[in-house]
Write a protein that binds this ligand. Structure first.
Ligand code: PLP
Length: 422
């Protein structure tokens, strides 16, 4: 091969055309430093995970301590304090009733594990009919095979996995909720009816309903009401359909509460955490379950055990990072910081209007400008870089999900650049 070209196959990229990604030399706080020495504010927290900023001294310190003691050991047949403590901490901070934690290494795999668990849960009870998952249109749960099959952005946003139709398992989809976070009552009733009808007709075949609570991210930052979440959970409970909350993106404060579930004060049967779980230092995920789900695997038969075990599950260093990240989150009153980010986005970004802008939505530490035509965002990324901001618009969505340590002035600069583009 041509050694002058990079050997890296980059994500979501057509490599036919020349491509020179920005080279990052270092990062500190909210800033990425380029080879030239120029600095960019990372307005999207490296795909939403670097919640406390880069190169955090307290996280660095626990990593150093841990790698000098026990960087990693397999969790098959062995255990250690970092994994035990991290699991206990996750049980403590997540909605009441989630008592068991299965670790893995990424958001996609965490969701795959949830799917595998719900199918086996029903098979373990002798129910062989429940072989479908119900998901929302515009949902996104990752890029691996199981979760590709339950990810379906709507028609106006072409699904990146649609060429795999016929290869992927066919599951069930219900129209995404359209009532918004503030819950237009008429639309709320329509959305709930659609969901209810789907479950009533198909519940015998549905193992679980999976959703990103309150905010569908990659499917276009669709915000929906806690009233909808509460109602669909109760419908699922009534019809014996398990509920999986994919909190990979919404978890750890992004929507203004610690978890999306907290807006509705509901407990799903399974919850998946990743991204901010390890504050952007390394990949890890946690799939939590209630005791009834866990108990569904207890049996005298080894066949009923959950046959899964990623090599790096419960990695000791990742667990220490996760524990320290939760400590920082709590000690620094991060929910108050997120509320301040929300206020700034609501006052400085939300009132903006322009003929090209279809809508602006803000919730917690997320703000998005949706345009009518994706072409209107072409060139925006380069423009933002010129003005000291790292941002990655996709399709018709120009969004910010900043690190929670961003200052008011830094955030104002990001907002000014977004608005100035128009
Ligand atoms: C809601 C949701 N679920 C799952 C994933 C997949 O996570 P990962 O990229 O770590 O595999 C993502 C990634 O963006 C996500 O937003």
């Amino acid at each position: 091969m041509n050694k002058e070209k990079s050997a890296i196959w980059y994500p979501y990229r057509q490599h036919k055309h020349p491509y020179t990604p920005l080279k990052i030399k270092s990062a500190k706080g909210v800033y990425l430093t380029l080879e030239s020495g120029a600095q960019l504010i990372d307005a999207i927290s490296s795909w939403w995970c670097v919640i406390h900023g880069y190169n955090h001294p307290d996280i660095n310190a626990v990593i150093t301590e841990q790698i000098n003691t026990l960087p990693h050991v397999m969790l098959g047949g062995l255990t250690h304090d970092p994994a035990e403590n991290f699991a206990n901490k996750l049980v403590e901070i997540t909605p009441n009733g989630l008592n068991h934690v299965f670790f893995a290494d990424s958001g996609s795999v965490g969701c795959e594990i949830a799917l595998k668990m719900v199918f086996q849960f029903w098979m373990n009870q002798g129910n062989t009919k429940k072989k479908k998952i119900l998901a929302l249109n515009r949902s996104y749960h990752g890029d691996t095979f199981g979760v590709m099959a339950v990810s379906r952005p709507d028609d106006s946003y072409p699904s990146m996995h649609r060429m795999f139709k016929g290869i992927l398992t066919e599951h069930l989809f219900v129209p995404e909720p359209k009532m918004g976070f503030e819950a237009d009552p008429k639309q709320l009733a329509i959305d709930i009816d659609l969901f209810h009808d789907m479950i009533k007709t198909n519940h015998k075949h549905i193992a679980a309903f999976i959703c990103e609570p309150i905010m569908q991210g990659v499917g276009g930052f669709n915000l929906y009401s806690p009233a909808y979440l509460e109602k669909v959970v109760s419908i699922c409970n009534e019809y014996n359909v398990l509920v999986i909350f994919d909190e990979v993106a919404t978890g750890f404060g992004r929507t203004g509460k610690l978890f999306g579930a907290d807006h509705a004060q509901v407990t799903p049967d399974l919850m998946v955490l990743s991204k901010a779980l390890t504050a952007g230092y390394c990949g890890h995920s946690a799939t939590l379950t209630t005791s009834p789900v866990f108990d569904g695997f207890l049996s005298d038969s080894f066949d009923h055990a959950f046959m899964h075990g990623p090599t790096f599950m419960g990695n000791a260093t990742a667990c220490r990072v996760g524990l320290k990240s939760i400590e920082l989150f709590q000690d620094n009153q991060t929910l108050n910081k997120i509320a301040a980010i929300e206020t700034c986005l609501k006052t400085q970004l939300a009132p903006f209007s322009h003929p090209k802008v279809k809508s602006i939505r803000v919730l917690g530490a997320m703000g998005v400008i949706e345009v009518y035509d994706a072409n209107d965002l072409k060139g925006m990324q380069a423009y933002a870089i010129e003005h000291g901001v790292w941002i990655r618009p996709f399709d018709r969505f120009l969004y910010v999900t900043p690190p929670y340590i961003i200052t008011k002035d830094q955030l104002q600069h990001v907002i000014d650049v977004m608005i100035a583009w128009f």
